[in-house]
Design a protein around this ligand. Structure first.
Ligand code: C5P
Length: 403
């Protein structure tokens, strides 16, 4: 159900806009409060009067209306909503969203929002299938926008194909599960490690690796989106802290382990950090001086703690589900299967990080999920999509353990 949820329905100019009064009714039947923003071309297809009557609220149309700005402002429209639903979302509106255009009230609200955005596209089949629209949809999905439909069927233009807006009932159902999914991990505690570690040689020099932290941060973000109370323990990266996540910044492997132990108990642990296996045995207290003609300093290394192994073997404090990563450049699956046993974790996400794959710095990742039940080969996905899929798999596993 949608009880207590505030939906800001943004209606752009497609013929499917005529279904919006019905959509408002379906959403309200489920307990949602609905407020409408209508674009200029949307108003060609559906009357503000009808929308105002079924929503029992004012319909907002004008960015520069003094009364609208005075009472509501585009920032407040987003602030007072739990979700922004764009239905119908025309090819033009989707393109504007991708580029951050803000030339009317609807697109300005969409640019100014930090709330979840759901779109229900509606357009002619060739517009939908055009590479530009498909690329725009991919960008929006990657930014976390949820896409409902479109469906295949007869179109208002007389053609048949993909591009019809999903029926109001379908959209209302999808929005209901959107909120339900958002609570799938509520009450659960998750711990994620991410990024490289820096192992100091002296106060100014360190040994590090090429991990960007993109995958680990995406996983923490995805677990939080499913409602878990999430702690991200990260080595130095250039990434912003994911919103709503408790982020602990560390440098060395030993600091990372201490921060992880401090974050226990946890139901879920995902170790995505590229932890340095070794550190310099004795860190110099002062900067090591270069003497002309002198020998380079010998660097004696010692082993770092293995965080994944430690968490997997933590007795009563062991998180219920422990997931490790295996970054390999050869024999990816064989090494991952061996690692599962050696570390004592439940799952291993294995990926090929050979330089030619571009995995380390890039946004895409092709992974294999290795569990006691076998190996799942996932298609190439963005790191964000890998995070979302892994978080959903984790929620499934915890649900199954609970049943
Ligand atoms: O043994 P290897 O480094 O290949 O194992 C990779 C997995 O173990 C990753 O999940 C990584 O985050 C974790 N790991 C760790 N602490 C270490 C080394 C690896 O948590 N010191």
């Amino acid at each position: 159900m949608l009880a207590g949820k505030r939906v800001l329905l943004i209606i752009s100019g497609g013929i499917a806009a005529y279904k919006c009064p019905d959509l408002v009714r379906r959403l309200r039947e489920r307990g949602a409060a609905v407020r409408c923003v209508l674009t200029q071309s949307g108003a060609e297809f559906v009357s503000p009067l009808a929308l105002g009557a079924v929503s029992e609220d004012k319909v907002y149309q004008d960015l520069f209306s003094l009364t609208d700005e005075h009472e509501m402002g585009h920032i407040n429209l987003s602030r007072q909503a739990d979700v922004l639903l764009v239905a119908p979302a025309t090819a033009n509106t989707l393109a504007k969203m991708v580029h951050g255009a803000a030339d009317d009230l609807a697109t300005t609200v969409l640019l100014a929002t930090d709330k979840p955005v759901v779109v229900a596209p509606a357009m002619n089949v060739r517009m939908w299938e055009h590479a530009a629209t498909q690329a725009n949809i991919a960008v929006l999905k990657d930014r976390g926008v949820t896409v409902i439909g479109p469906e295949e069927g007869d179109m208002a233009c007389g053609e048949y194909g993909m591009g019809r807006m999903s029926e109001p009932l379908e959209i209302a159902e999808a929005l209901t599960s959107f909120f339900h999914d958002g609570a799938r991990l509520s009450g659960r505690r998750a711990l994620v490690t991410s990024g490289p570690t820096y192992e100091a040689i002296d106060p100014v020099r360190y040994i590090a690796n090429r991990s960007s932290g993109k995958q680990g941060h995406a996983i923490a973000d995805a677990l939080r989106r499913l409602g878990s109370e999430t702690t991200l323990v990260t080595g130095p990266t250039r990434l912003p802290d994911p919103p709503g996540v408790n982020v602990v910044h560390v440098e060395s492997a030993r600091q990372m382990l201490a921060a992880c132990e401090a974050a226990l108990p946890a139901d879920i642990a995902v170790c995505a950090a590229a932890v340095a296996d070794w550190r310099v045995a004795t860190e110099a207290g002062e900067k090591i001086k270069k003497t002309p003609g002198g020998e380079p300093p010998p660097l004696k290394m010692t082993e770092n703690p293995d965080i994944l192994h430690t968490l997997s073997n933590a007795g009563n404090a062991r998180p219920g589900l422990v997931v490790g990563f295996a970054a390999e450049t050869e024999n990816v699956i064989e090494n991952a299967v061996a690692k599962l046993a050696r570390k004592g974790c439940d799952w291993i996400v294995a990926n090929d990080v050979s330089p030619e794959t571009g995995t380390f710095a890039g946004d895409a990742n092709t992974v294999h999920l290795v569990t006691a039940d076998g190996v799942e080969d996932w298609p190439e996905l963005t790191k964000k999509a890998v995070g979302a899929r892994l978080a959903a798999r984790i929620a499934d596993a915890l649900d199954a353990a609970h049943d």
